[in-house]
Design a protein around this ligand. Structure first.
Ligand code: PMP
Length: 374
């Protein structure tokens, strides 16, 4: 899908690599979008040019993810962490008694839980916290979740960007006897798998991994969950107000939406989410196999059935070689492989825009490094 590139391969967890085709298109249109005489950055968000960009982007993402008509798609600001407050402000009416349950699977669900506690009675239904190397290395099986009755919602993070654990399937709360809506932070794997909307009340995703540049957050919210915001909820974050104004109650992040739209077009040309899923499987299998077949030179500690296809943390058996590994990687045109500071080691994020050749190049370098520093 992507033409061979002379640029280095960028494994950043986010803001992350974008398709080169999209960057070239944006560059070509920078000074004059489609003969309008304006850069997209210079357009009024209320003008017909930008409205057409916005509407196309919304249509395309709805098509890519097969989002049913009874879900609204909102293009918001505030990021994933903003939604950690915006969701309870919109969904936990009957404050302060509102009850919300969280499944803790890594840093991002932990942050969500901590923020929600400011607004409601937020408790932990399950957690994969462990000691040392066993911390956040497997997803807690839904059958063991201790969900309370009368919940406003249940929150999960479906792919933990830092710890590299992913729900291969999102839980079916109804089959667990829970009729509360499921809220999903899918920031770091959206558009890499199809979504079973029958299981979801609300899903949100910051753009800067699989969608586009930082600055826009996509929120998919079922109609019946709109219109319950607390009176203290800022108007700009009230889903009803945002939805009624086609995400333009206040000035939206227009350029980020435009680039996201180009990414959606690129995804459609490349075969959509099904093709991305197949490619993600191929890329992540290649990388995990290389790690697992390295005789312990490289280690990934995540349970195989919970391993993320997007974020692959791994450790060198001899951590004193970390700096040499990273410096050699940079020389080979392999960028931003350093692991998150909270876990250390390495992390390769292999989002949709990372070509298979990028992962081939990485595993080639890993084998070579192991042979040289064995
Ligand atoms: N959720 C997840 C899963 C993330 O990976 C991130 C960012 N890495 C966030 C939330 C926070 O996003 P933001 O910094 O845009 O608020």
């Amino acid at each position: 899908m992507t033409a061979p590139t002379a640029r280095p391969y960028n494994f950043s967890a986010g803001p992350a690599v974008l398709p080169e085709e999209v960057l070239r298109e944006a560059a070509a249109e920078m000074l004059d979008w489609h003969g309008s005489g304006m850069s997209v950055m210079e357009m009024s968000h209320r003008g017909r040019e930008f409205i057409s960009i916005y509407e196309q982007a919304e249509r395309d993402v709805r098509e890519l993810l097969a989002v049913p008509e009874h879900y609204r798609i909102l293009f918001m600001q505030g990021g994933g962490l903003g939604e950690n407050a915006i969701v309870p402000l919109n969904l936990s009416h009957r404050l302060p008694e509102a009850k919300v349950d969280f499944v803790i699977t890594g840093s991002w669900s932990q942050k969500s839980h901590k923020e929600a506690r400011r607004y409601c009675d937020a408790q932990i239904a399950a957690s994969n916290e462990g000691v040392g190397a066993a911390n956040h290395t497997a997803m807690p099986a839904p059958s063991g979740w201790q969900l309370r009755d009368g919940l406003s919602y249940v929150h999960i993070c479906s792919n933990e960007t830092i710890h590299g654990v992913e729900f291969a399937q999102w839980p079916d709360l109804q089959s667990l006897g829970c009729d509360a809506p499921l809220v999903v932070d899918c920031s770091s794997h959206i558009l890499s798998r199809p979504i079973d909307w029958s299981r979801v009340g609300l899903a949100f995703a910051g753009a800067q991994k699989n969608i586009g540049p930082a600055g826009v957050t996509l929120v998919f919210v079922r109609d019946d969950l709109i219109g319950h915001a607390l009176s203290v909820c800022p108007s700009a974050f009230d889903y009803q107000i945002v939805a009624a104004n086609q995400s333009m109650f206040n000035t939206p992040p227009t350029y980020a939406i435009y680039i996201a739209g180009l990414v959606f077009q690129w995804l459609k040309r490349g075969g959509g989410v099904a093709a991305m899923e197949a490619r993600s499987l191929e890329k992540s299998t290649l990388l995990y196999d290389t790690i697992d077949n390295s005789d312990g030179y490289y280690v990934n500690r995540v349970a195989p059935d919970c391993r993320s296809r997007m974020n692959v943390p791994f450790f060198l058996h001899d951590e004193s070689l970390n700096e040499a590994f990273l410096a050699g990687a940079r020389q080979h045109g392999l960028l931003q492989l350093k692991g998150h500071k909270s876990v250390g080691g390495m992390r390769a994020s292999i989002y949709n825009a990372m070509p298979l050749d990028g992962v081939r190049s990485l595993v080639g370098y890993m084998r070579e490094f192991a042979a040289r520093h064995g």
